[in-house]
Design a protein around this ligand. Structure first.
Ligand code: UD1
Length: 442
């Protein structure tokens, strides 16, 4: 299927009825696969990555890798509907990350670490990506400097060099950063000596990539904790070809969990990892959602006979294992349908409430207190926007949130900018249609 940047979704709302029903299979986590793709540069040979979702961000990363001289091939996976990626970095010819491609995806900055570690230099543009407020890269740059690299900013291109290779260092992150932790971990595995990373992020995507690197010859200890101790190979790239199996996408699973609570009579979410989703499962249960959790599946039921409204709950985003910032916007849509007043406090990113205006336009009772906090009063009857007005996907997750709002509402909604939704959710409309939703891509 050809996906165009100007595609739109047309969604027929369910008018508050919970009519969807069926099973949705969770794809591999794009935020893990992207990092394993970047880590492929640490290998002098072929790397295979299984269970890769076919999202736009993965294609962008694949284009960036190819522009460096890496061979990237897509193969069918045994996990239907996902792919195996084969990446061969033995013939890299460039260490300059493509300007235009990098600007469209913030995660491209993660690639700077492996390139620098393997070739002693890298150049890249000041990063782009989601429109969710300030997203600085100071932690990356400080880490590179501590490990002996020199940094020059030439216009808006960073040029980083470590002519004599990188040395292990003792690095304390001021803020727990997912990308910062992953990137410096990938630099340290090829550096000279030992690196200690403190106040690391502990997201499961980081741990799974770290464990895979260890299976290929890296020496990382403390995986899953906030302190990582890494012994480097003194510049020697890895050659082992242990395939990386992408872990299930906990954010996609959480998104469908919220969708199930709002719109489905019964929804079975399979091939997921509930252990990675405790914060969202607990909060939804507290609000009164009926959730059954199995080993690799979650079932949500909405029994129409004894229907009681969901209860308001307060949400405070937090680093893992707390409530993920990536589910903040979908959760706010859920809260428009819960009885009472809920506060939503965003601790990770500033300016992640752009979707709230769209919801207010649909009839939600939301007060935006400041760039970190909103108050949602429910339940509200959501309606399509007035004639001539469209909804917008402001970022990947806010995009999913307006899809949810459109499904819950009365009337028909048009959503623009869905290329942002395609960055993180594989063919969302096809998967929603299978559950009985009226969604068209035009
Ligand atoms: C990753 C995820 C994103 C998720 C986020 C937080 C990917 C591709 N993206 O993004 O979906 O929302 O984790 O769970 O994996 N910061 C600095 N300086 C830096 C780096 C980060 O101040 O050099 C700050 C950020 O502005 C933010 C906080 O650290 O306030 C956390 O961001 P970070 O964990 O780095 O997010 P990403 O890795 O970009």
């Amino acid at each position: 299927m050809i996906i165009k940047d100007y595609d739109k979704f047309i969604i027929g709302g369910l008018g508050g009825e919970k009519k969807l029903r069926g099973t949705v299979e969770i794809k591999g986590a794009k935020n893990a696969a992207l990092k394993a793709m970047a880590a492929a540069v640490l290998f002098d040979g072929l790397v295979t990555i299984d269970n890769v979702p076919e999202t736009k961000d993965i294609h962008t990363m694949s284009e960036i890798l190819k522009s460096l001289g890496t061979r990237v091939e897509w193969k069918e996976s045994t996990n239907k509907g996902t792919k195996v990626l084969e990446i061969d970095s033995s013939k890299i010819t460039s260490t300059d990350i493509d300007l235009e491609l990098a600007k469209s995806m913030r995660a491209s900055v993660v690639l700077t670490g492996p390139i620098l570690a393997r070739f002693g230099k890298v150049s890249f543009p000041a990063p782009g990506g989601c429109v969710i407020g300030e997203r600085p890269i100071d932690l990356f740059l400080e880490g590179y400097q501590k490990m002996g690299a020199k940094i020059n900013l030439d216009g808006d291109i960073y040029k980083i060099e470590a002519q004599n290779g990188l040395e292990g260092a003792d690095i304390f992150f001021d803020i727990q950063s997912v990308g910062g932790t992953e990137t410096l971990m990938m630099v340290a595995v090829l550096a000279k000596g030992t690196t200690i990373l403190k106040n690391c992020a502990t997201e499961p995507e980081i741990s799974s990539v770290a464990e895979w690197l260890n299976s290929c010859g890296a020496n990382i200890s403390g995986i899953g904790t906030t302190t990582l101790l890494i012994k480097g190979t003194d510049g020697k790239p890895f050659s082992s070809n242990n395939s990386y199996k992408t872990i299930p996408d906990r954010i996609e699973a959480g998104s469908f969990l919220i969708l199930g609570a709002l719109c489905a009579r019964e929804l079975q979410i399979t091939k997921c990892k509930p252990d990675h989703m405790e914060a969202v499962i607990n909060l939804l249960k507290k609000s009164g959602v009926s959730i059954k959790v199995g080993q690799e599946e979650i079932i949500i039921t909405n029994n129409s006979k004894d229907r009681v409204p969901f209860k308001a709950v307060n949400v405070r985003t937090h680093e893992y294992p707390g409530f993920p910032t990536d589910l903040q916007a979908p959760m706010a849509v859920f809260l428009t349908q819960a009885l009472g007043e809920s506060s939503v406090f965003e601790t990770i990113f500033e300016g992640r409430f752009k979707y709230a205006e769209d919801l207010i336009g649909m009839g939600a009772d939301i007060k935006i207190l400041n760039s970190r906090e909103i108050v949602v009063k429910g339940p509200s009857v959501l309606k399509q926007l007035p004639e001539g007005e469209d909804l917008y996907a402001h970022d990947i997750r806010a995009g999913f949130a307006v899809v949810l709002a459109a499904l819950v509402s009365k009337g028909t909604s048009k959503i623009n900018n869905i290329n942002l939704i395609d960055r993180g959710y594989q063919r969302l409309e096809e998967r929603l249609k299978l559950l009985g939703a009226d969604v068209r891509r035009v």
